[in-house]
Design a protein. Structure first.
Length: 130
């Protein structure tokens, strides 16, 4: 990724990658994000699929669930930070425990049952991070 690809405003989040192994949640978040923003939304059901997207095109924000079939979201986002340092990262989890959340170098979004609320919260976090 080139330095000019670094997101600086909410509108600069051209591509967001959502990583979650629950197909229903993944599709719903993708649909809701696409309908409430001008971003391109990519979906991945595993860390391997996420890496494929990251290698194929510039991604400006990665939102990963904590529980993935091939790794955990913390490991994936750590790798994203090392390999693509200009990409913003958000961990989504319904199981966030305060002791490990405090040590994370990126934003954490509680992934509750109210997904429209999660989308709104994600959009707010994106505006603050940008």
């Amino acid at each position: 990724m080139l330095p000019s690809d670094e997101p600086s405003t909410r509108s600069s989040y051209r591509t967001v990658l959502i990583v979650d192994d629950q197909p229903e949640f993944l599709k719903m978040m993708g649909r809701l994000l696409a309908s409430r923003s001008s971003m391109v939304v990519r979906l991945a059901g595993s860390a391997l699929a996420a890496r494929t997207v990251l290698h194929a095109e510039p991604v400006h924000l990665v939102c990963s669930d904590y529980l993935l079939p091939d790794t955990d979201g913390i490991s994936l986002l750590r790798e994203v930070g090392e390999r693509w340092p200009l990409v913003h990262r958000v961990l989504m989890s319904g199981h966030a425990e305060p002791d490990w959340v405090a040590d994370l170098p990126y934003l954490v979004l509680h992934k509750g049952m109210a997904s429209p609320t999660a989308v709104r919260d994600l959009l707010v976090l994106m505006a603050r991070a940008g």
